[in-house]
Design a protein around this ligand. Structure first.
Ligand SMILES: NC(=O)c1ccc[n+]([C@@H]2O[C@H](COP(=O)([O-])OP(=O)(O)OC[C@H]3O[C@@H](n4cnc5c(N)ncnc54)[C@H](O)[C@@H]3O)[C@@H](O)[C@H]2O)c1
Length: 378
């Protein structure tokens, strides 16, 4: 008999769908002691939230997140709302002793993030942040290869996250679907939205970053605001590129923009070590490119590993070797790891404390972007 874990979901957008799908599938593919139960979902529009509840199988709805958080029949609060709500919901949920799963970025700033880490650690409740790219089998394999020392000393870490959906100057900012362009809801632009993913993966694989120097740009300076109807200044960074020094002595370059015409979600990273290199590309997410200098000279070259074998991370739980899985499975894996961690009393990463490290790097990047100086990660 599995132990039930009653989930209270806040939000019914993109991530609420990705997580709901993961909760529903996880016990079909992973053998776990715990089983999520879709107990309640909360959003402000009652008619729409009821449709969402019906579609995904939630037992009840709420329209006020404070009411949801106070409910006695929930074990976990899952925060899938814009970034400006993460802190208040997490602090309220921690006060009620509930576990918290929070979407990334953890917070609007590292100051807010620190409050959240303190609250959750004082409450002593299980917690995790949805940096889901860690759970794509090819990315997990990259981490494993680096950990095993196959690359030797790491010299370079290079990451890029490119999109092209905000180029039109007519696109408004704020409100449903466009909160990412509103600094009051998002906290920052590509830095917190896209580079946060790159930074999380980088720290996970290559260790902490000590200092950064960044340039940021806002190409469209004013946009109509959907909530006020007025043309208002744009406060987010449309593009950001930064150099980083890792604590292990390696050098990092990171670039993100929503103005790279032709790119929808091009997240790539490359790691160059003394003995070998790795490349990964979200558009081809089940493959990992690997070059090993120790290969025999005539055969030396980039291998394209189809990460679908039973020996590859997570893959023994899915189909048969050679059949690939996709984006949504990273969320299934993350839930599986969280539930497994609960059973074994071994927190799944990234915890709020782990995610706060990314928040600190984002703060340093934005600071450097505005001062033009190197900034320490503190
Ligand atoms: N892990 C990832 O790869 C990934 C991808 C996309 C988004 N995110 C993060 O997930 C979070 C949500 O993003 P999204 O893309 O799902 O956004 P979305 O716009 O699709 O959905 C946001 C949801 O929040 C709800 N909401 C807003 N204010 C609310 C309130 N006061 N009370 C209750 N509900 C409220 C909206 O109704 C909507 O359902 C953000 O923090 C974002 O950064 C992470």
């Amino acid at each position: 008999m599995k132990k039930k874990l009653n989930v209270g979901m806040i939000g019914y957008g993109f991530m609420a769908r990705a997580h709901s799908n993961a909760y529903r599938k996880v016990n079909n593919f992973f053998d776990l002691q715990y089983q999520p139960v879709l107990k309640a979902v909360c959003a402000r529009d009652e008619a729409k939230v009821k449709i969402f509840a019906e579609t995904w199988g939630y037992e009840s709805v709420e329209t006020d997140w404070r009411k949801l958080v106070e409910r006695k029949d929930l074990d976990v609060i899952d925060i899938c709302v814009p970034n400006n709500l993460h802190r208040d919901i997490a602090l309220a949920a921690a006060r009620t002793g509930k576990m918290i799963l929070c979407e990334k970025p953890l917070a609007m700033s590292s100051q807010e993030g620190a409050q959240m880490v303190t609250a959750i650690e004082q409450a002593g409740v299980a917690n995790m942040v949805w940096y889901n790219y860690r759970r794509l089998p090819a990315v997990t394999l990259a981490k494993k290869l680096v950990e095993e020392g196959r690359l030797g000393r790491i010299f370079h870490y290079r990451a890029v996250f490119l999109q092209d959906w905000t180029i039109s100057a007519d696109l408004p900012q704020g409100g449903t679907a466009l909160w990412r362009l509103d600094v009051a809801a998002a906290g920052s632009g590509v830095t917190g939205d896209l580079l946060a993913h790159c930074i999380d993966t980088a720290i996970w694989i290559n260790g902490d970053i000590s200092r950064v120097t960044a340039m940021t740009e806002t190409f469209v300076k004013e946009r109509k605001h959907n909530l006020t109807g007025k043309v208002e200044p744009v406060g987010i960074d449309d593009a950001c590129a930064f150099l980083a020094r890792f604590k292990n002595g390696s050098l990092g370059t990171f670039e993100s923009t929503r103005y790279a015409r032709g790119h929808k979600a091009l997240y790539t990273f490359e790691i160059n070590g003394e003995k070998a290199s790795i490349q990964w590309d979200l558009h081809d997410l089940h493959r990992l490119a690997y070059f090993d200098h120790r290969d025999e000279g005539v055969l030396r070259g980039w291998r394209s590993i189809h990460v679908t074998d039973g020996e590859h991370p997570y893959m023994s739980q899915w189909w048969v070797p050679g059949l690939q899985i996709g984006y949504e499975h990273s969320f299934v894996h993350q839930v599986a790891d969280f539930l497994d961690g609960l059973a074994k009393n071994r927190p799944a990463s990234p915890t709020f404390r782990d995610a706060q490290e990314t928040q600190k790097v984002c703060d340093a990047v934005l600071k450097s972007g505005s001062t033009g100086q190197w900034a320490e990660v503190v």
